[in-house]
Design a binder for this molecule. Structure first.
Ligand code: IPM
Ligand code: MG
Length: 360
């Protein structure tokens, strides 16, 4: 098959993890006889430096014209002084919104090979961690009105959080659909004891749940969810929540699986529209350019891209199997290393996974 893929390397460790992800994509291309045409475009700080805007119109056009978008990471201290609207992160949010990718799927899976890297007590980790967070991605407080004003002689800042029934409904359907293909349980996370948006969320979630009688359903308050994720993560199958709660809970969920560097994501919108695939970690400027980054989150994002946007489940399985085989052989980058491991660099990790795909 012939597919067009937009490639956005971004900032910090973005370029080096993308290099390894593309190496693995090349391996898939050769192994399965596909033809992937990649188009590189600028996003985030790299775009600010080159053309003065975090999301150039050309970048969005290239992404919209592709079958899928693969992204490294954006942001860094170099651009932190810029006003909110001009920052690299604004480019990422604009891209998500421009592509209409409202459903962000973030798996939290503890690979048994990485149990030693999990900060959880061994008996809790041993019960298994394998859940999927479905995060609403283009609504809520991220996209409400943001303003800072002078009031009564001091600065007052406001961020508006808004959700409509239809926004809540469509993300709940994604969660229930995913649960039907998994272990059949949905936990909807909100703050319904305080927030109106959460009370609406809970009402809509309850309605949608009735359409999926075979799926077990529960509501959970976000503070309790934060606690349950470290106390008893085995209870979760699919967790669905609004944008900011999802941002916070997925960092927590990733840590208990050993390292945030391992976790991929898929952001999906209308059927047939290009999906956006990116690791959930940031640009890690402190280790950028040092060959220390973990490319696995980005490589597994290639896997999700093959599965969700390119209709290539066998190829996706091959990428995941290759990652597992490499972890099994003992290779890991520093972030995922246990006390007895000798870590390898970003490139060595990427080369090993690409080689394993070739043998699949
Ligand atoms: C993420 C990141 C982004 C977010 C930042 C970089 C804007 O933390 O993808 O989780 O908050 O969504
Ligand atoms: Mg985040």
């Amino acid at each position: 098959m012939q597919k067009n893929i937009a490639v956005l390397r971004g900032d910090g460790i973005g370029p080096e993890i993308m290099e390894e992800a593309l190496r693995c994509l090349d391996a898939v291309e050769r192994r399965f006889g596909h033809s992937f045409a990649t188009s590189e475009a600028l996003l985030g700080g790299a775009a600010i430096d080159a053309v003065g805007a975090p999301l150039p119109a050309e970048t969005l056009a290239v992404c919209k014209a592709s079958d899928a978008v693969l992204l490294g990471a954006v942001g860094g201290p170099k651009w932190e002084h810029l006003p909110g609207d001009a920052r690299p992160e604004k480019g990422l949010l604009g891209l998500r919104q421009g592509l209409g990718v409202y459903a962000n799927l973030r798996p939290a899976t503890l690979f048994p090979q990485l149990a030693a890297a999990s900060p959880l007590r061994a008996d809790i980790a041993a019960a298994g961690i394998d859940f999927l967070v479905v995060r609403e991605l283009i609504g809520g407080i991220y996209f409400g009105v943001h303003k800072t004003e002078e009031k009564g002689g001091q600065q007052v800042a406001t961020d508006v959080m808004e959700y409509s029934e239809s926004e809540i409904e469509r993300i709940l359907h994604v969660a229930f659909g995913a649960a039907q293909k998994r272990r059949g349980k949905v936990t909807s996370v909100d703050k319904a004891n305080v927030l109106d948006t959460s009370r609406l969320w809970r009402a809509v979630a309850g309605r949608v749940a009735q359409q999926y009688p075979s799926v077990e359903f529960e509501n959970m308050l976000v503070d309790n969810a934060a606690m349950q994720i470290v106390k008893n993560p085995a209870q979760f199958d699919v967790v669905v929540t609004e944008n900011m709660f999802g941002d916070i809970l997925t960092d927590e969920a990733s840590m208990i699986t050993g390292s945030i560097g391992m976790i991929p994501s898929a952001s999906l919108g209308a059927p047939g529209a290009p999906g956006l695939f990116e690791p959930i970690h940031g640009s890690a400027p402190d280790i950028a350019g040092k060959n220390l980054a973990n490319p696995v989150g980005t490589i597994l994002s290639v896997g999700m891209m093959l599965r969700y946007s390119l209709g290539m489940p066998t190829e996706a399985d091959a990428v995941e199997a290759a990652v597992l085989a490499v972890l099994e052989s003992g290779l890991r980058t520093a972030d995922a290393a246990g006390p007895d491991d000798v870590p390898v660099g970003c490139e060595e990790m990427g080369r090993a996974v690409a080689a394993a795909i070739g043998k699949a």
